[in-house]
Design a protein around this ligand. Structure first.
Ligand SMILES: [Zn+2]
Length: 509
């Protein structure tokens, strides 16, 4: 448990010495793993690299999620738990899952606000998504959060902190009041020791917290920075305080935002570092451990900032890292643009079919897609779903129409998965993450084939041929062909590679 006595003492101490402004410390952990379940079976394959564990989710649970949950670290930090990871954890390690969820409830009971943030559902780079997909990602993320935590989310973590104004405006429209960005995402230099207001459309606005970049980088990437929590609090933290604010008695915040997995997985035993820092190191050296919504309540943002958009925390070329490719990853990254083109063309075709055919039974297929997650996951009854979204406010009489609508909604679900950012993050195409995005796209193709008998596989394979690995020279179409075999009636017949070549086709014709 958090040592409240000590924390309150340090506040009282500062209040009797008004010349020393209070210093707050917030540690935000972004807890997330790329989904790697086979979309046809729902099972995580054995991952030899994770030995002695069956897969990396198990390994990271043992090294990070479990110890941090059992040591009570989630109760004091700010955190987001990716929906796809939360689902796996809930099924596989319900005790760990419950502790993480309860941490937010305890924080709320104690401070009146939660400390968990929602996440856009599929870790999609939202500035690269269509408006409609942005909305679905946000609505699904919020719906998932509300189901798990039992209250609406007020903060949302954006995948890779990738942002544009439309994304922020949609967040604001759905009741989100704050998010976290890197300081270089501001158009002008900012003071990261305070939150800012970003003005949006139609009078809306959102608060952004800029994390402390040198400290977040040090905690993430430098081994020595996190070797001793007392030393960290005594020497690293004070260097980042704004002295003029200290002297003027003004409050300030040091926000350290990182991937959550570094606490124990990327860096062994850093769960202990975190635990000691929040319970002893920070309070002993005059820092009040705080969370973001709580800080906003104490000291609301007053100054406005303009953002550099689109931008993200791990690319210095806008969001090119996940789009056309850029120098942030080594080698020839042009495969990224080709893969994105193939996935986008598939999604456009899938969307047309969804609108046309699901529109026969649903009054507004896109609103129904936004509302699909609860019924899919059994949090809402099918009767209630059809009452809200069905053309006749009830399921169609023909069970085949019900089945077809369900398959088309499920195709949309996997289409969303196919844009998981991890597929574009790394240097090469011939890796597990791009393979997974292709596998999710294949699942969408399969569902459309089963629903309508329409073959989207052939054109997708033609488009995938353009994306090539600079390491192994395999194309994305080769990766598609290497995916696990499925029952023959689940996919259109696979064309011969020769027939995918346009020139050859013309010759044959
Ligand atoms: Zn870049």
């Amino acid at each position: 448990m958090l040592d409240s006595t000590h924390s309150e003492d340090s506040i009282n101490e500062t209040s009797t010495r008004p010349e020393v402004g209070p210093a707050y410390l917030c540690l935000h952990g972004h807890f997330y793993q790329p989904p790697r379940e086979d979309p046809f079976t729902g099972h995580l394959p054995i991952e030899p690299g994770a030995i002695p564990y069956a897969n990396f989710n198990e390994k990271i649970t043992a090294e990070c999620y479990r110890p941090n949950a059992e040591e009570g670290n989630f109760e004091a930090i700010s955190y987001d738990l990716g929906p796809t990871l939360a689902s796996w954890l809930e099924d596989t390690h319900p005790d760990v899952y419950q502790r993480i969820i309860d941490a937010d409830r305890q924080h709320m009971a104690r401070y009146g606000v939660g400390n968990a943030m929602a996440q856009a559902y599929n870790h999609t780079i939202l500035p690269l998504a269509t408006t409609r997909d942005k909305r679905t990602q946000i609505v699904w993320g919020l719906s998932d959060f509300c189901h798990r935590y039992g209250h609406d989310a007020h903060g949302m973590w954006l995948a890779e902190t990738a942002v544009d104004l439309e994304t922020l405006d949609l967040l604001a429209q759905y009741g989100i009041t704050y998010t976290v960005l890197a300081p270089w995402q501001a158009a002008t230099p900012v003071d990261p020791s305070k939150p800012y207001i970003v003005r949006l459309f139609d009078g809306r606005s959102i608060t952004v917290f800029f994390y402390n970049a040198p400290l977040s980088g040090g905690v993430s990437f430098d081994w020595d920075t996190t070797s001793n929590a007392d030393l960290f609090a005594a020497s690293y933290l004070p260097e980042h305080l704004v002295q003029s604010k200290r002297e003027a008695g003004e409050p300030q915040l040091i926000l350290i935002a990182t991937d959550g997995e570094l606490y124990g997985h990327h860096k062994p035993w850093r769960d202990k570092f975190l635990n000691h820092l929040i319970h002893h190191g920070a309070p002993d050296y005059g820092f009040e451990v705080c969370t973001l919504e709580r800080y906003m309540g104490l000291y609301p943002a007053t100054e406005e900032v303009e953002l550099r958009v689109p931008s993200a925390w791990s690319c210095s070329h806008g969001v090119a890292r996940w789009d056309t490719g850029c120098e942030c990853t080594e080698g020839d990254s042009s495969w990224k643009g080709d893969l994105r083109h193939a996935l986008t063309r598939l999604a456009e075709r899938g969307d047309q079919l969804f609108e046309q055919y699901a529109g026969e039974t649903l009054s507004d297929p896109w609103a129904a897609r936004d509302g699909y997650l609860p019924v899919r996951n059994g949090w809402e009854t099918t009767e209630s779903f059809w009452a809200r979204y069905g053309k006749q406010q009830r399921p169609p009489d023909d069970p085949l129409e019900v089945q077809r609508t369900r398959l088309l909604l499920e195709a949309q679900y996997y289409q969303q998965y196919s844009f998981t950012s991890c597929g574009f993050f790394f240097e090469d195409l011939d890796r597990i993450e791009p393979r997974n995005d292709i596998a999710f796209a294949r699942r969408a193709i399969s569902l459309i084939w089963q629903a309508l008998g329409i073959d989207l596989q052939r054109d997708f394979l033609v488009d995938l041929r353009a994306a090539k690995s600079w390491r192994t020279h395999l194309s994305a179409a080769d990766l598609y062909r290497q995916l696990p075999i499925v029952r023959h009636d689940q996919l259109p017949p696979l064309p011969l590679p020769l027939l995918l070549d346009t020139d050859e086709q013309e010759n044959i014709a």
